[in-house]
Design a binder for this molecule. Structure first.
Ligand code: EPU
Length: 341
């Protein structure tokens, strides 16, 4: 187990602020996690704690976190079930997501290819219900193994118990403080079922020569993401800052009267999802800055740290953007990133 005090998290989260934590702890096995939880219960009972993954979806609102920041270094994966059509892969929560995707694609196992290049780690994939290009990770998850934080006992969540919806899970609510994810089991297809009808995937595949294969779909997704999303190594960001709002058809029709070109995706009979990036662009925010924080110039859903921005500056920008979207469209948008105060 690793433990550091007054530890800089600058390289451990992608917004790149120089935030420090009173305690930073990294464990590498379920037994180390249980030891840590028992220690926290007796010695650090008064301290707040958070569990981070790759730090790709976090904004620290202040520059010092007075509690314990935990990180999983549980690595490794094994096939735990196999039949004629699919297999189940059990993966440690600390595995880097895109290393897993690259491996599954290299094995010819389908399911994760549309989720290529999403930053972060396996544990967070199950908390955030990460999604891109028509695939959400909930569609692949079989079960999520956890340790309960007060008693240190293992508990396995079936996918149903995880309460998944668009960018939502039970772990984003109070259960996230009661259970720490240690492993996630995913279902993968031996004969891939491709999802090519979302966004520019088909166009990008054609541009690449047209052959539909797991490697090519992965590469197409990588090309699209790299062309739109800023590289956190170059400019601090946490991917999509806001969720796309789900609104009634009535609201969408009202917006469509003034903006006939409004894009939307079907959710169910009554509701549609409108891309927040489109609304933010219509408000004139794309590429604009406030202090040292800005709206990304290629994808308005992403807020960036231009260099030296504080968490407060990003929050102020977020509030200004939300205000203008509310005024113009009468729609509330909410951050997708987890804001740590
Ligand atoms: N759009 C604009 N202007 C913009 C951005 C988007 O007009 O600046 C419009 C366009 O009409 C575009 C539509 O919005 O066709 C959708 O844009 P895009 O396909 O880029 O996707 P998104 O809805 O903005 C979501 C996810 C992304 C994921 C993409 C692709 C959320 C919060 N974000 O973004 O996920 O990569 O779809 O599937 O659902 C992330 O979570 O960090 C992330 C990057």
């Amino acid at each position: 187990m690793k433990h550091c005090t007054d530890y800089s998290l600058k390289s451990l989260h992608t917004f790149g602020m120089d935030v420090k934590a009173a305690h930073w702890v990294e464990y590498a096995s379920v037994s180390e996690l249980r030891t840590l939880l028992m220690f926290m219960k007796t010695e650090w009972a008064k301290l707040p704690w958070i569990h981070i993954g790759g730090g790709c979806n976090l904004l620290f609102a202040s520059d010092y976190y007075k509690g314990v920041v935990m990180h999983s270094a549980i690595k490794g994966w094994q096939v735990v079930h196999e039949d004629d059509t699919c297999l189940h892969l059990r993966v440690g929560a600390g595995v880097v997501w895109d290393e897993l995707v690259a491996y599954t694609v290299s094995q010819g196992w389908g399911g994760m290819e549309n989720l290529s290049l999403i930053p972060g780690e396996v544990g967070a994939s199950a908390v955030q219900n990460i999604g891109a290009y028509g695939v959400e990770v909930k569609d692949l998850i079989v079960e999520v193994e956890t340790v309960e934080t007060t008693l240190g006992q293992p508990y396995v969540f079936s996918v149903k118990e995880c309460g998944y919806a668009y960018r939502q899970s039970a772990f984003k609510g109070p259960l996230g403080k009661r259970f720490v994810i240690t492993h996630v089991t995913y279902r993968l297809q031996k004969k891939p079922l491709f999802h090519l009808d979302y966004g520019n995937i088909r166009a990008e595949l054609e541009h690449m020569g047209g052959e539909v294969s797991l490697e090519n779909v992965r590469q197409a997704v990588i090309n699209i993401r790299e062309s739109k999303l800023p590289d956190p190594q170059v400019v601090g960001n946490a991917g999509s800052f806001f969720m796309n709002p789900v609104v009634s058809r009535q609201v969408m029709e009202r917006i469509r009267e003034d903006y006939p070109q409004v894009p939307f995706y079907e959710v169910d009979d009554e509701r549609v999802k409108i891309p927040a990036g489109w609304m933010i662009e219509q408000c004139g925010w794309k590429g604009r800055s406030l202090g040292r924080a800005a709206v990304h110039d290629k994808q308005a859903l992403v807020l960036v740290n231009l260099g030296g921005a504080t968490g407060r500056e990003v929050m102020d920008l977020s509030e200004a953007v939300r205000h203008d979207v509310r005024e113009k469209f009468g729609v509330e948008i909410y951050p997708e990133v987890n804001i740590i105060s």
